[in-house]
Every structure is written in C-alpha cells, then in structure tokens.
Design a protein around this ligand. Sequence first.
Ligand code: HDE
Length: 702
Amino acid sequence: MAARRRDQPAVGKRRVPVKDEPGIRGNAGELHQQAGGKHPALTTNQGLQISDDQNSLHAGEHGPTLLEDFVLREKIMHFDHERIPERIVHARGTGVHGYFELTGSLSKATTAKIFTEVGVKTPVFCRFSTVAGGAGSVDTPRDVRGFAVKFYTGEGNFDIVGNNIPVFFIQDAIKFPDFVHAVKMEPDRGFPQAGSAHDTFWDFVSHTPESMHAVMWAMSDRAIPRSLRMIEGFGVHTFRLIDHLGHSTFVKFHWRPKLGLQSTVWDETVKLAGADPDFHRRDMFEAIQAGEYPEWEFSVQLFTQKQADSFPFDHLDPTKLIPEELVPLTTIGRMVLDRWPDNFFAETEQVAFCPANLVPGIDFSNDPLLQGRLFSYTDTQLSRLGGVNFHQIPINAPKCPVNNNQRDGHMQMSVPRGRTNYEPQSLEPDRPLETPNGFTSAALSIDHGLKSRIRPGSFADHYSQPRQFFRSQNSVEQSHIAAAYVFELSKLETPHVRDAVVGHLRNIDPRLAKRVADGLSMGKLPPAPKAAARILDLPGSPALGLIGKMKDTLKGRSVGILIAEGSDAAAIDSIRRAAHGAGATVKLVAPKIGEVGLEGGKYEIVEHQLAGTPSVVFDAVAVIVSGEGAKRLAKEGAAIDFVRDAFGHLKAIGADEGGKMLLKAAGLKLDAGIVDAADPTSFIEAAKTRQWAREPKVRSLP
Ligand code: HDE
C-alpha cells in the first residue's frame, strides 16, 4: 500500500509551489520513495507514465485549468462512462465462479459431452439475481431469484438461465414487456424500487389468470430466501436432449442446494432490508472467503412425448411444472461455487447469459416463452454491452476455439489473420469449415397449421396447478402464503384490483380466498372469474413444500452471541465451540466493538456493534451477560430488539442467567426454543430449525 500523503499547503497563501519540496502533493520522487520504490508506474491508457495524479494542470497557482491537460481529460472521460445500462430485469445480482462435475452419464439420451463425460469438471460462472429491483436495490425484497449458470464446455458455452421457482408468470413472450413494466417501479412516481406490493403488478396479474401459479410461488417463502446458498434452481422450460441417432427426449433441469432450502419470515425480511441491504451478496462472499463452498445437486426429469401426452397439462406451457411424483428426478451432477470474481463489473456485471447458448446434443422445445427468449438475450446485450463483440469479454468468452468469418464491429478485440473472411473459398486451405460433429437441431416434423396468433387450448387451465401447489404446503407454509397475499394486497390503492385477485383465489382454493378476504376485512367475497378449463384436484406433491426441504443442520448458518462487559468467558466459549462444531459461523456482538472485558480478567475482541448488528442477520442467537450487564442492556433499545426479534423470528435463543434477565426485560416468556446456555447441545439442536410452534404466540396470521 502506498503511504498516505500529507495535505496540501493551506490555500490562499501566496507562494510558488516548488515541486521538489517535501510534502507538496505530486512530488513523484517522494511518493515513490515512501512506497518503497516497488510499485509499477501509474500510466495513462496510452501507457504514458504519470508524474502527478493529485493536481490538474493550471495556468498559474490560482489560474484556470488548461484544456490541454490530457491526463485529466482521459481520467474524467473514462469515469463519466463507467456505468453501462443495467439489466432491464435481474439487474441486482451476485456472481461466483465454480465448477460442474458430472456424476452420472446421460449417454443414452444425449451426445452432449457435458452430460456424458463422468468425472470431468467443467468451469462455470453462476449469477444469482432479484428480478424487479434496480442494480442498487436491496437483496431481500419478496421476489423470484434468477439462477443463471454458464458452463464453459469444450464444445462451446452452454447456459441454463433459470429461476428459483419452476414456473413463470406468462405463457407467451409477447407479454413479457407488459409483465416487467407492471412489476417494476411505477412510471409516474418512480417507486417501489423492488418488490411486487403495488397496484400495477397486481392489476396486470389480476387480468392474467395464467400468472396465478407463479404468483402463488412468489407469495410463498421461496421468494424470501435466507441465503442464495439455500435456494433451488429450475430451468423452467422443457428442453430436449438428442442422442446419436437424432432421437430426442424431453428434459427439465433442477438444482438442489446441499445446505437444504431455507427462508426467512416476512418480518425478518423487512428488517433485513434495513440491517444489511447487501445481505445475500455478503453472505455468499463470506462463505466463499471462509472456504464454505456452496454446492448444488444437478438433476434432470426425462420424459417422452408419449408420457407428455398423458400429463393433465401441457409440458410446453411454462406456467406448469411436472411434479416429481409424476416424473422423478435423476441426479447426474453437482456444482460447487468456490471462487469470488476478481472484479464485480468485469465479471458479474458484464456476464451475458443466453438460453440459446447450447451444445450439440441439447435443443429447445417449442415452449413459446422460451422461443421469445432466444431472441431477447443477444438483443439486449447490444445496448447493455455496447456492440456485437460482447462474446469476447473474458467472462463471456468460450474456453474452446472460436473460428468463423464474423468480423469487425465495435470494440473488436481479436486480430484475425489472412486474406479470406468468407466461405466458400479456395485461397486459404486452413480456413474453418462446417463439421459433422457440429450442432444439429432435432429433426422434428412441423405441424403446418394455420399461420395465426394463437394460444394452444391445452394452456387454458390456470388454476389446477396453483391449487395443487397450495394444498401441498403444510399449515405453516399455507398461513405464510395467506399472510403474503394480505400484506401485498393491503398495499394497493385500488379496491377493484384487490377484489379481482381474491376472485381468482376462489378458483384456486376457496378457503385461501376466505382467509385472505378476512385478512383484508372484505365484507363479502368478490365474484370468481369464469375458468377457461375445468379445474382439477391434482394429487398433493410434498416436493413442492419448503420446510420439509430444510436440512437438520447448522452448516452454512450463523450464530450471534450477544455479550457485554463482565460476561462469562467459559459460557461464551462453550456456545462458540458447539456452534463451530456444528458447522456454523459465530459472531460476537457487544454494545461497543473492540476489547470487551469478561469475568475473571479475560477479554474478547468484538467486531460487531450491537446497534448495527441486529439479530436478523443470524440464524440463532445466544445472550451471555452478567446480571449487571443485563440491567444495562435492558435500557438499550437495540438489545431489547435483538432478543425480541430473535424470538419473533422463531429463532433458538441460548441464554445464561443474565441473558434470561434480558429476555424477561423484553417481555419474553420461556419456551422450548429458549435454551439454557449451560446446555450447548440442546441449543445447537434448537438452532437447527425454526421454532414454528412459537409462531401463533408472536403474530396472528390469516
Ligand atoms: Fe429473462 N431476461 N426473459 N427470464 N432472465 C433477462 O437478459 C426475457 C425469463 C432470467 O444473471 C435479460 O441479459 C424475456 C424466464 C435470468 O444476467 C433479458 C423473457 C426466466 C436473467 C431477458 C424472459 C428468465 C434474465 C435482461 C420472456 C427463467 C438474468 C438482461 C420471453 C427461466 C441473467 C439480460 C443474468 C435476464 C428477457 C423470461 C430468467 C431482457 C423476453 C422464463 C435468470 O434479455
């Protein structure tokens, strides 16, 4: 690190600065010396070494800045253009490098090497995102999460550009701009920055019954994840695998997190947004720094056209999922994320995913939403990344040879050699040519129906799958969904939109409709719209639940221990050791950072200040304080909130005698989730889950 420079001499003093005088900024010799003479020279973008990066070029000490100062102009010009347009959707994102390893071959179904070469590790870059908010919005609104993976395979880049929920809001690409306009900030007022609790979103979906299924998922706790390391990923659309004979099998892609699923509770989410707007990004960063590499199982659902014909829904309809109970998942690989990008902009911001990035042996289906996406992603890069050569940016560049006759364009980085840039040609024998191993589309017969703007009749059932989803949830999950509808709809200014949504809920599940209507103090239930197709009672699918997919573990979770002057060192240590032993990270929180003196002359160095570290950022907390400490903390709003929120967010609380005094001062009654700190084993057990039984005591849910 370069040594800090001294301040400039006082302004206004009439003196001629002498460049070689010690202490004058811009004295290059002195700075270089202070830095040990080892730093490379600072240069302009033309490679010119710079002797003064502190002062622009003036005509005299108090004179104007000279236009000829090309060092200043280059620096400011570059700075002025540092921003590029953010993604129109999925603007807020977190990217991580890693690898994909195939553990089971799909050679019977595909020739794609990525799915047939067992044991091969393929580099990947994965970007998680929220959908609605801008690049600077918070990490934790209620929203779907993007889950995009770029595989740098030897056969070219293959992207699975998915989400953390398996269905989408619309069936046809032509509605995407409307859907996105409706969910993003309202155009006249410029808010909300993120989140769907506003009139335009609900207005649109209330007129779009096909969105009811995805809306139901968005109202579930899947849309308020605890960590990006604890979300599932879905390719959403049906794709095809093609074998060496050209036969194709339908496929759906799934990612399942090794740490299990976990979400927050709504009140916690709301508070997290203020406590740490970067909660998910920081959580991922810290996990990677600590060597706790998140891992996902990769699975596929394979099915034939014949099977698809027997489904009570259309497999080409992106608002439908295929229950695991109908077509089981086969796990064929794993993805480990183990390297944080070196530079956020160069990698996470400039990465350009595209569902059309395929490798031989994989192909699209005729899902009309997917078909529209095949155009959109390359198109958007033209304005976002500024030209046609975005594939040359290191994060986008394939790690296999790229050879073709495409030339020139903005920001061309490669220097093609030779005389010919066309094909066929006879002047150069070593120019690239097509190969029989290249990509071939599935040879499908096309139904030559009428050319028309048409929605298949098999897409018409909009209520059976949301009903199946809702009825497959346990009672806690169901009440959270009902509460989410109540919250979101209560934010609307327009009663008729509220009515319309509750009308749809009547078609999905009359009891849910009633619960939501009661939660909104609706006198009587609004009418249900006429369903375009018969609504089915599909069998329950436990795999659609969330709580059942939580893992009984503290791995990847974090425990906060609130301490103060005079806390019991041994009690802190035993909780900390137990939590570490269970795989959790531990953070000490105290009214002040720095050295905190403990009982018996010991001390701890605390890095987290109570006022800035509320319990929402932890999965479980312990309070280890002396009686005196408890009395002092009882007067601290932040300490009372710390325990009250941990309790309200259904977290385990370990407490010694002083800790219990603080809980009492906060008005909390002991329950099974409040564990004596002297029994770290029980604390760890309680910390592995949420205290669902406590919920009815802390909030009334519809
Ligand atoms: Fe996207 N989507 N999308 N989308 N999408 C973009 O591409 C689009 C859809 C998804 O981390 C954009 O490079 C259309 C479904 C993810 O960089 C844009 C339609 C699914 C990401 C675009 C859809 C997704 C995007 C914005 C309907 C889940 C972030 C910037 C036809 C399967 C990728 C960009 C990243 C990003 C268009 C529907 C997932 C504008 C037109 C369905 C995860 O091209």
